[in-house]
Write a protein that binds this ligand. Structure first.
Ligand code: NAD
Ligand code: MG
Length: 408
C-alpha cells in the first residue's frame, strides 16, 4: 500500500479557490466554510450546470473573476444580468470553459463538486495543472482511477479527499510515510449509514418513491448521491474510490454499516489498533479539514457531545437486499473500463428512477444487464473512458426502455 495522495507544505497568504459545482450541496457547504475565513481565502471561480438564479446570487456575494455555466444559453443569460452590475466578473459558457477555469493561474485550490461524469474533465484539468484538488466528485475517480491518479502525480499538486469517509481515512492514516511496510495498515473500514431503507424488506423496496429515496436520515445531499446512498451504490463507488486514493487492494477495504453516521471510517493496523474519525454528519467538517490541511480551522459546525450521541452501532451490510455493493466490487475486480461502465449505467438508471421511469429495484437490474453485455476495454486514455461511458449510456437507455414497456 502506498499513497499517491500528496502531502505538501503550509500555504501562505490568501488562497484563490475555484468551486466547480458551486450551486450544489457541496458547493453551498464550501461557501459557508469560506464565509468564516475571509482573510485566508478568496473565491476565484464559481461554476454550475444551468442554475442562473443561484449563480447570479453567488456572483453578487463573492465577486469571482470567472463564472461558468456549462449550458452556453444560460451563460448568455447570466452575462446579460451581470454586465452592468458586475462587469469585473467574466461569464463563460460550455465545457471547455470549465476546464479553463479549473486550470487558471489565479486558483491555488479547486473544489471538485460537480456531480457525475460531467466532472471528470474539469477535475482532470485541475489535476494536470498541479492544483490543490479537493475531491468530492467521486465519479471522476471511479471512471478513470488510474488516469486520474497519474494526472495528480504528473501535475505535482495535492489531492485531498472531501468525501467524508475518505477524508476520515486520510485523517487516520499516518501522514508522512509512503509505504505499506512503514504504515502497518491491515484494512480500511468504510462506514455506511445504510441509507433510508436499511431495515426495509425486499417487498417494500420495490415500492420506493424518489421522494423517499431523497430523504436521507443523517445527511442532506444532492438527489443523485441520495439515491446512490439508498441503493448503497454510493458505498460501492466509495470502495473503488478508496482503492485508488490510498493504493490498496480491494480485499483490504471493508464496508461496515453504522446507522448513526458519527464514525466516518476507520483504519485498522497490524498491531490490532483501530483509529477512527468522529464528528457530526456535516460535510463542512471534511471540507474545512481539506481547505486548511495540514492545519485546522473552524468549520462552523456544532461540536459532538458524545454523552448525548447515543449508542454507536455497527453491522455487516446486507448484499442480498442491496446488491449494488456486490456489483461495484465485481467491476473493480474486472478493472479496465468496467468501473466506467458501472458508473455510466448507474447515472442513467438513477436519472430514470428520479424521473419516475424506473422502479427502485430496477436500478440494480439495469446496471447488471449493462455490465453483462458491454465489452470491457483498456482504460489507458481519456478517449477510451469516454467511449465506454457513451456505450454504457446507450445500452442503459435500451434496458430502461425495455423495463418501461414491461411496466406499462
Ligand atoms: P448536487 O446535485 O447538489 O450539485 C451538483 C453540482 O454540479 C451543481 O452545482 C450543478 O450545477 C453541477 N452540475 C451538475 N451537472 C453538471 C454538468 N453537466 N456540467 C457542469 N456542472 C454540473 O450534488 P452534491 O450532492 O453537491 O454532490 C456533488 C459531488 O460530491 C458528487 O459527486 C457527490 O457524489 C459528491 N459528494 C457529495 C456529498 C454530499 O453530502 N452532498 C458527500 C460526499 C460526496
Ligand atoms: Mg461518502
Amino acid at each position: 500500500m502506498n499513497s499517491t495522495v500528496r502531502h505538501g507544505g503550509e500555504g501562505e497568504g490568501v488562497q484563490g479557490v475555484a468551486i466547480l459545482g458551486s450551486t450544489g450541496s457541496i458547493g453551498a457547504s464550501t461557501l459557508q466554510v469560506l464565509e468564516l475565513h475571509p482573510e485566508r481565502f478568496r473565491v476565484t471561480a464559481l461554476t454550475a450546470h444551468r442554475n442562473v438564479q443561484v449563480l447570479y446570487r453567488q456572483c453578487k456575494r463573492w465577486k469571482p473573476r470567472h463564472a461558468v455555466l456549462a449550458d452556453p444559453d444560460r451563460a448568455e443569460e447570466l452575462a446579460r444580468q451581470l454586465r452592468l452590475e458586475l462587469p469585473e466578473v467574466e461569464v463563460l459558457g460550455g465545457v471547455e470553459a470549465l476546464r479553463q477555469v479549473a486550470a487558471a493561474p489565479e486558483s491555488d485550490c479547486v473544489i471538485a463538486a460537480i456531480v457525475g461524469a460531467a466532472g471528470l474533465e474539469p477535475t482532470l484539468a485541475a489535476a494536470h495543472a498541479g492544483k490543490r484538488l479537493l475531491l468530492a466528485n467521486k465519479e471522476a475517480l471511479v471512471m478513470a482511477g488510474e488516469l486520474f491518479m497519474r494526472a495528480v502525480v504528473e501535475g505535482g499538486g495535492e489531492l485531498l479527499p472531501v468525501d467524508s469517509e475518505h477524508n476520515a481515512l486520510f485523517q487516520c492514516l499516518p501522514g508522512k510515510s509512503a509505504h505499506a511496510g512503514t504504515w502497518g495498515v491491515r484494512r480500511l473500514l468504510l462506514t455506511a449509514s445504510g441509507g433510508p431503507f436499511r431495515d426495509w424488506s425486499a417487498a417494500r423496496l420495490a415500492e420506493v418513491t424518489p421522494e423517499q429515496a431523497c430523504r436521507h436520515p443523517n445527511w442532506s445531499m444532492g438527489p443523485k448521491i441520495s439515491v446512490d446512498s439508498a441503493t448503497m451504490m454510493n458505498k460501492g463507488l466509495e470502495v473503488i474510490e478508496a482503492c485508488h486514493l490510498f493504493a490498496v487492494a480491494p480485499e483490504r477495504v471493508q464496508v461496515v454499516v453504522h446507522p448513526q453516521s458519527i464514525v466516518h471510517s476507520l483504519v485498522e493496523y497490524l498491531d490490532g489498533s483501530m483509529l477512527a474519525q468522529l464528528s457530526r454528519p456535516d460535510m463542512r467538517t471534511p471540507i474545512a479539514h481539506a481547505l486548511a490541511w495540514p492545519r485546522r480551522m473552524d468549520a462552523g459546525v456544532d461540536f459532538l457531545e458524545l454523552a448525548r450521541a447515543g449508542p454507536l452501532e455497527f453491522e455487516d451490510p446486507d448484499e442480498e437486499r442491496f446488491p449494488c455493493l456486490r456489483l461495484a466490487r465485481a467491476a473493480l475486480e474486472r478493472g479496465a473500463t468496467a468501473p466506467a461502465v458501472l458508473n455510466a449505467a448507474n447515472e442513467e438508471a438513477v436519472a430514470a428512477f428520479l424521473d419516475g421511469r424506473l422502479r427502485f429495484p430496477d436500478i440494480f437490474r439495469v446496471i447488471e444487464a449493462v455490465l453483462e453485455v458491454q465489452p470491457i476495454a483498456p482504460a489507458d486514455t481519456l478517449e477510451q473512458v469516454r467511449e465506454a461511458d457513451r456505450q454504457a449510456r446507450a445500452s442503459a437507455a435500451r434496458h430502461i426502455q425495455e423495463r418501461m414497456e414491461c411496466k406499462n
